[in-house]
Ligand binder design. Structure first.
Ligand SMILES: NC(=O)c1ccc[n+]([C@@H]2O[C@H](COP(=O)([O-])OP(=O)(O)OC[C@H]3O[C@@H](n4cnc5c(N)ncnc54)[C@H](O)[C@@H]3O)[C@@H](O)[C@H]2O)c1
Length: 531
């Protein structure tokens, strides 16, 4: 982060003194900076002459005394309060009395850092996002002691750097990380429990939600040690929400030196330390399609948009498709190799249909339900061969949709799952195999984050616009949480959140009262400024 922040300032014409603790660390930082600026030149985003001028504005030094004459210090040392407090006390002694001291901390209390100095009025948070030269957001943290003039100066500076400042009070995780880290931790829990693989979770969120990268790839970029510290602090400072208690796997990986890109291995292995290019490793599980049964004839039951979309999809992929209305007879499905149901999202209706399908279909036919929320096992047990039942949750039934969640129940046979995988591949979709839990992968990771955003709005910590900005400009999301909520419908979000809460009994997943009120009032979130 230090190298990235130095680059941002130098690129915008500001003289920078880049300080590290040892000569070796300084060289590492210089190498990171050189790589980043060389890449910008190679991509035509910077001329060679501008790169040289940029690098010429940076003085590299070991030790804090080099900072004696600067106007502003931005600290980006490891995320540990004791370390930061000691550093700020030293900076207070070394720097000019007028200098502003800013922390890039992601989660620690800027107030506690500020009071370690004799100038708490000149201490402020300036939270940049990774990679700092790319991400447009800076969260400016104003503590109860920060002088208004200092906040103003830092906001002006952000504008000069081409950044968008969102100014908030000193709460654990501020805006973006408070919304991001519960989601990241939950994704780690899914890996740890074997609920889905790292590749599948990442693909589900990237392709299913349009995120720039999946959660495990993002954790590798952030650094697992940094992520651990952020979660630990958020857990302790943020009301001991268990969703922020770091998943044990994270601690184990940090202990093992698997820190992510910076150490060359985290959830993925990289070509070399610092590289973002994933290299092969023995963790990659080739999607097992052996055992898949041949599928030629496909039955689709239903008459709505999903059924029509499915029929088109299978037809275009060359399958022999029979579409039947659930009200009509099902005898036409007797020789189908795969039957996909897309009838109303009602458990009793689906159970009745599966009981009937089991009478009509051949025993080796795979029976799939498209339910997004209902427990697949409850549908499967209504069929005579629950082993042949899987979930096939198309996140988007249009031909452009990319991801299909394949739900494996405790009774699903390996062949049925392999068949579903092979069919998804033939449809040109990415199949994501997961367990039979509410929300599957995507909804289980997405909706709690949306609910948290509503809670943040409800607490008047930030406006809907600032929260949306934080996620789009800080994390590269295609849309902010309130834009997403309005697009899917607050009522749909509430229903999904209620189901997640009922199944997990996790207090942190209880629907936000404001979400319930907005649904009751028949409103959306757009234009709302505060709870
Ligand atoms: N990694 C991210 O995605 C990210 C994003 C935003 C903010 N941050 C915050 O930025 C800070 C740094 O995170 P990082 O990921 O760059 O960590 P990092 O471990 O990659 O880098 C920390 C650097 O600080 C140096 N250092 C340690 N003690 C020092 C001292 N006394 N004086 C000078 N330098 C010292 C280390 O040598 C190291 O190079 C943390 O507070 C983190 O929460 C991180």
């Amino acid at each position: 982060m230090g190298a990235g922040i130095a680059e941002v300032f130098a690129r915008n014409g500001v003289e920078v003194v880049a300080v590290e603790i040892t000569a070796e660390a300084l060289e590492r930082g210089r190498a990171t900076l050189t790589r980043s600026t060389d890449r910008a030149v190679a991509r035509g985003r910077l001329t060679g002459a501008d790169r040289d001028a940029l690098l010429g504005r940076i003085t590299f030094a070991v030790g804090l005394p080099a900072l004696a004459e600067v106007d502003l210090v931005i600290e980006a040392v490891p995320e540990r309060l004791d370390l930061k407090r000691r550093l700020f006390a030293d900076l207070d002694r070394i720097c000019r009395p007028a200098a502003i001291l800013a922390s890039n901390t992601s989660s620690l209390s800027v107030t506690e850092i500020a009071v370690a100095t004799g100038r708490p009025d000149r201490v402020v948070g300036m939270h940049f996002f990774n990679p700092a030269p790319v991400m447009k957001l800076v969260e400016v943290i104003r503590t109860v002691t920060t002088a208004t003039e200092v906040v103003g100066a830092v906001q002006d500076l952000c504008a000069r750097l081409g950044k968008v400042a969102v100014t908030v009070a000193d709460r654990a995780g501020f805006v973006a990380n408070a919304l991001l880290f519960g989601y990241l931790n939950q994704a780690v829990a899914m890996v740890e429990s074997g609920y889905a693989t790292r590749e599948e979770i990442d693909a589900a969120m990237r392709l299913g939600c349009g995120l720039p990268m999946g959660p495990l790839t993002l954790l590798d970029l952030i650094g697992l040690d940094t992520a651990y510290e952020i979660l630990d602090t958020m857990y302790r400072r943020g009301g001991r929400d268990r969703r922020h208690a770091p998943v044990p796997l994270l601690r184990q990986m940090v202990t093992a030196g698997l820190l992510g890109r910076k150490s060359g291995q985290g959830f993925y292995r990289y070509e070399r330390p610092g590289s973002g290019t994933v290299a092969a490793d023995d963790q990659a599980v080739a999607a097992p399609v052996e055992g898949a049964r041949p599928v030629r004839r496909v039955g689709v039951v239903g008459s709505g948009d999903v059924a029509t979309g499915l029929a088109d999809l299978f037809g275009q992929a060359g399958y022999d498709v029979t579409v039947l209305d659930p009200g009509g007879g099902l005898a036409g499905l007797a020789d189908a190799d795969l039957v996909v149901e897309a009838v109303a999202e009602d458990l009793a209706a689906k159970q009745a249909l599966f009981a009937e399908l089991a009478e009509v279909c051949k025993p080796e036919a795979v029976l799939a339900t498209t339910t997004g929320m209902l427990p697949v096992i409850e549908i499967a047990m209504a069929a005579r061969w629950p082993a042949e039942v899987v979930g096939l949750h198309l996140l988007d039934p249009t031909p452009a949709g990319a991801v299909v969640e394949i739900v494996r129940t405790v009774r699903s046979s390996a062949e049925a799952v392999a068949t579903a995988r092979a069919v998804c591949a033939a449809l040109g979709r990415t199949g994501v195999v997961c367990g039979d839990r509410a929300g599957r992968v995507v909804d289980a990771l997405l909706f709690p984050y949306l609910n948290d955003a509503v809670r943040m709005l409800e607490a008047s910590y930030a406006t809907a616009r600032d929260i949306d900005h934080a996620m789009t400009l800080g994390c590269g999301y295609p849309a902010g949480p309130f834009e997403v909520l309005d697009a899917v419908g607050p009522d749909v979000a509430l229903r999904i959140q209620q189901r997640l809460y009922r199944e997990s009994r996790e207090p942190g997943l209880a629907p936000a009262p404001l979400l319930e009120q907005v649904v009751t009032a028949g409103q959306g979130f757009s234009g709302r400024s505060a709870g």
